[in-house]
Design a protein around this ligand. Structure first.
Ligand SMILES: C[S@@+](CC[C@H](N)C(=O)[O-])C[C@H]1O[C@@H](n2cnc3c(N)ncnc32)[C@H](O)[C@@H]1O
Length: 194
């Protein structure tokens, strides 16, 4: 198993996931639900912070977490330049104790980016960082590739991995970036109380 050197990818500019804007599916989700209670949001694997800034524009309090120092630096600079209320910090979502428990955890191309062998750890981590009753909103990249990142997954695998700790709220195919149209699956889960 080879692990990805994420910092090296930022430093060399090898970032095909970087689309210059936040996820269209997230923008639609928040636009269509103006009455959601505002709260704290963890964006693990936040990259350069586009999605965290989308949450901030809608009145939430996002924290972006990323393992790559360059991602955190760029995210912090861009957010300050826009005067938005989002914070960013360096950290390993899979292996760190939760510094606080959030109302929301938002996933966007982190699950498909980690080693598939770490997927149990990922599900445990979402549970650890969310308060009981908190929301896990995920935008999964539904490709078949086995040589990643990104690594493929299926809807069946996602349901199997998350259903014991999370209650299904809704799932749909969102609006996507042009080169991902029809390839994303958005799932809204709620953390079970235990
Ligand atoms: C494919 S990129 C997606 C970035 C961003 N979510 C986006 O969609 O633009 C995956 C990101 O996850 C970060 N990452 C990988 N493993 C991580 C971990 N264990 N903890 C926190 N961040 C991680 C990488 O540095 C990278 O920024």
């Amino acid at each position: 198993m080879t692990t990805t050197d994420w910092e090296a990818r930022y430093q060399s500019g090898d970032m095909p996931w970087e689309k210059g804007e936040g996820s269209p599916g997230l923008a639609d989700f928040l636009r269509d639900r103006p009455d959601l209670p505002r709260g704290s949001v963890l964006v693990p694997g936040c990259g350069t912070g586009h999605d965290a800034r989308t949450w901030a524009r809608h009145g939430f309090t996002p924290t972006g977490l990323d393992i790559a120092p360059s991602a955190i630096r760029i995210a912090t600079e861009r957010t300050a330049a826009e005067g938005l209320n989002a914070s960013f910090r360096l950290g390993d979502f899979l292996r760190e104790p939760a510094s606080e428990r959030f109302d929301w955890v938002f996933e966007h191309t982190l699950f498909c980016a980690i080693q598939p062998a770490d997927r149990d750890l990922y599900a445990e981590s979402v549970h650890r960082w969310l308060r009981p009753g908190g929301n896990f909103l995920a935008i999964h990249y539904m490709i078949r590739d086995v040589e990643g990142p990104p690594f493929g997954c299926t809807q069946e695998e996602l349901i199997e991995r998350f259903k014991s700790r999370f209650e299904w709220v809704a799932g749909w195919v969102p609006r996507s970036y042009p080169n991902r149209a029809g390839l994303e699956l958005m799932i809204w889960w709620r953390r079970r109380a235990e």
